[in-house]
Design a protein around this ligand. Structure first.
Ligand code: CDP
Length: 224
């Protein structure tokens, strides 16, 4: 069965996951964070792969396995059955995730995992990432491309992680995000780009509730 999907894509720290989670809750849908799977694969590779190649990381991800496991509170990233929700957000994973996510073999496997997970939810899913509207679900019923000013994204990410938002920290985080966006946008396979038919939503001056409301309003036309 084909899943009904709201696809939310956008650059680093644009608020995709928090927005997707809130939208899913309001519309009674499941939330799937595709970045969590790339992050979990990266963590597995950093801890266990002899080299970061498509063949090595894919074999490791399949054998451990790396997966998004459906629990009562939603999809949880796991490695060999262990919850890695916190560890996948550490700087050492963030610094290397774009390199791992550029491996074409891994992307094919992740896409299959995302499509099967979505198929388990007949009512529909809200999935966020970089290529959901372009590659994973090009027929998604609603597509949103979320953007925000670089320094504002950095500030929000630092607040989310409970860190200081002094000028230096904001600048460093904004630089790191810009570098990750550059890698994600310039890779050969499934680069970050606004999908055809995607609604562009700039959240720089929007309160969180407002950005959620905008997507929920689009969703209400489809999910009653
Ligand atoms: O939340 P944040 O913006 O930091 O990123 P994320 O959604 O957790 O994704 C982490 C990384 O995974 C991205 O920088 C991409 O390299 C990769 N990714 C991807 O290539 N395709 C996706 N659909 C989702 C994430």
């Amino acid at each position: 069965m084909t899943a009904t999907v709201i696809a939310i894509d956008g650059p680093a720290g644009s608020g995709k996951s928090t927005t997707a989670r809130a939208v899913a809750q309001r519309l009674g849908l499941a939330h799937l964070d595709s970045g969590a799977l790339y992050r979990a694969a990266t963590l597995a590779a950093l801890d266990g792969a002899a080299e970061i190649t498509g063949t090595a990381v894919l074999a490791l991800a399949k054998s451990l396995p790396v997966r998004l496991n459906l629990t009562a509170s939603g999809f949880r990233p796991e490695i060999a059955g262990v919850d890695v929700s916190a560890e996948i957000r550490t700087d050492r994973v963030t610094q290397r995730v774009s390199e791992v996510a550029a491996l074409p073999e891994l992307r094919v496997w992740v896409n299959q995992a995302l499509r099967s997970a979505a198929a388990m939810h007949p009512r529909g899913v809200v999935m966020d990432g970089r290529d959901i509207g372009t590659v994973v679900f090009p027929d998604a019923i609603i597509k949103v491309f979320l953007i925000a000013d670089g320094e504002e994204r950095a500030r929000r990410r630092l607040l989310q992680m409970g860190r200081s938002t002094d000028a230096g920290s904001v600048r460093r985080t904004a630089d790191d995000m810009a570098e990750r966006d550059r890698k994600d946008s310039s890779r050969a396979v499934a680069p970050l780009t606004q999908a055809a038919g995607a609604v562009l939503l700039d959240t720089t001056d929007l309160a969180f509730e407002e950005q959620v409301d905008r997507v929920v309003a689009m969703g209400r036309k489809v999910f009653s």
